[in-house]
Design a protein around this ligand. Structure first.
Ligand code: DQA
Length: 166
């Protein structure tokens, strides 16, 4: 249990949202692809959505692979029941991040703003996806909101036991 504003929240309702490299530039970065929503605005949308679901979202961004790996490894210890992660370009080549996702029991939902499967060839493959619970791509900021719903569905009681695809 973690206490937030006087209310205890079980880990199942605490979601860690991780944004990878270059997502700090949202709003000005290739707006025709990623839109004009800034990272701060996106985090607010995510947090409000989680609150509307009776949950809490904590959002973090890093341009550094090792920092993202450290956050994935520490998620359970920090009291999170699930992770929603947009690994940015690390999606396509970071075996270290994939191994971190594989190493932890906390479910990870991979999300992307753009539809990576309809873009350049190198973006069509995710090395993370097979280790994640699932992937949501192509819905802009809504990908994260759907990701939060999917993450909560994976961990809340009464839901089917979570199994990572192999
Ligand atoms: C992205 C897609 C990646 O290919 C790209 O490197 C990103 C953003 C997305 O959200 O659509 O940084 O993950």
């Amino acid at each position: 249990m973690y206490t937030l504003g006087g209310m205890a929240r079980p880990a199942a309702r605490r979601v860690l949202v991780l944004h990878g490299p270059n997502l700090n530039l949202l709003g000005t970065r290739e707006p025709t692809i990623y839109g004009r929503t800034t990272l701060a605005q996106l985090d607010l949308l995510i947090q409000r959505h989680a609150t509307s679901r009776g949950a809490e979202a904590v959002c973090r961004q890093s341009n550094h692979e090792g920092q993202l790996i450290d956050w994935v490894q520490a998620a359970t210890r920090e009291g999170f029941g699930a992770i929603v992660m947009n690994p940015g370009a690390l999606t396509h080549y970071s075996l270290a991040l994939r191994d971190a996702v594989s190493a932890v029991s906390v479910p990870v939902v991979e999300v992307h703003l753009s539809n990576i499967h309809g873009r350049e060839e190198f973006r069509r493959h995710s090395v993370i996806a097979a280790a994640a619970r699932g992937q949501i791509a192509g819905f802009g900021p809504a990908s994260y909101l759907l990701g939060v719903d999917a993450a909560l569905q994976s961990v809340l009681p009464g839901r089917p036991p979570s199994r990572r695809p192999r």
